[in-house]
Design a binder for this molecule. Structure first.
Ligand SMILES: [Zn+2]
Ligand SMILES: [Zn+2]
Length: 313
């Protein structure tokens, strides 16, 4: 049996937000209000990733939320900027294990020609101990060929609530993700809010198998011990000894087992009450990986991370 690492133990999975904005940059809500809203919505941790300004601080000391240090950075791709750009969220450890300072500002909007010129900035971030993920590819007008050579991002965004609510884009970037996965890249998938207005918050999150502290959460993210959701819950995902994929989840209408850019099996239940599914075809040597998506009766989706079936290329 191969079980995706998020589900190795039958323990509570932390609910977390990895990308949001406040009045520290162009968000509408104060940091206090944004933290309070996430706490009301059952979150355990949150990163305040305002543009180009680093944060470590819990602005609402009465909150039990763990604050993950971080920010969002951006680069413009010449000559079609700013509708053609790269945005990257940085997540890091607490002081003293992080070289950045509270409210440290970074130069944004630097014009570059493409991903080759972005890589040195990512390399520096990683040397500084940051975990990075690739943001809203559709909003950034970037096709896979424009970000597929980036090294070291632990994840990419599959769902971005701000883009979804504003423009009905970045609703399910699974097909872009599959292009990376088909190349043998170990990249995980996150759902985020990128909330700017207060209404944008708390629609996309990750569920992480970790202890509720910064280092444990970052380690679990790096290992892929989490899943992404805009609604449903996933309780288990594994391939049994005979090669059949299994998912257990909250009541849903559809389960898709995905390998390559097509669903290898789509299970559908009009009533929306399906809580488990099995892929009737066993995986074989031609499967580079297997992942699953579940969609509930309201159309909200959750994504497991892949079970990788071959070594990384
Ligand atoms: Zn962005
Ligand atoms: Zn953002």
């Amino acid at each position: 049996m191969i079980r995706q690492s998020a589900f190795t133990e039958n323990a509570y999975m932390l609910k977390g937000g990895l990308h949001c904005h406040t009045t520290r940059s162009d968000g509408k809500g104060t940091p206090e209000a944004v933290i309070a809203l996430h706490e009301e919505n059952g979150y355990d941790f949150l990163a305040l990733t305002d543009h180009r300004i680093y944060n470590f601080k819990n602005y609402l000391p009465s909150s039990r939320l763990t604050i993950i240090p971080g920010m969002e950075m951006d680069w413009n791709i010449a000559p079609k900027h700013p509708i053609h750009c790269f945005h990257i969220v940085f997540l890091g450890r607490e002081k003293p294990n992080n070289p950045y300072e509270q409210d440290q500002r970074f130069e944004g909007g630097i014009e570059i020609s493409g991903q080759e010129e972005l890589q040195p900035y990512l390399d520096q971030a990683h040397a500084d101990g940051q975990l990075t993920f690739y943001c809203h590819p559709q909003w950034s007008s970037t096709f896979v060929r424009e970000f597929e050579c980036l090294q070291g991002n632990f994840a990419m965004e599959l769902w971005n609530s701000g883009s979804v609510r504003g423009f009905n884009i970045d609703t399910n970037n699974g097909f872009l993700w599959d292009e990376l996965l088909m190349q043998g890249k170990r990249v995980y998938g996150v759902a985020v809010d990128d909330g700017h207005s207060m209404e944008d918050h708390c629609h996309g999150w990750v569920r992480v198998r970790a202890e509720n502290n910064v280092d444990s959460i970052l380690a679990a993210l790096k290992e892929g011990s989490f899943y992404a959701s805009s609604g449903p819950e996933i309780y288990d995902f594994y391939i049994d000894d005979d090669g059949f994929g299994h998912v257990e989840c909250s009541p849903c209408r559809e389960i898709r087992f995905v390998c390559a850019t097509r669903a290898m099996r789509r299970l559908f239940d009009e009533s929306g009450s399906m809580t488990s599914g099995m892929m009737p075809t066993a995986v074989n040597e031609f499967f580079p990986y297997l992942r699953a998506e579940v969609t509930d009766a309201q159309g909200h989706t959750a994504w497991t991370n892949p079970i990788f079936l071959h070594d990384e290329k």
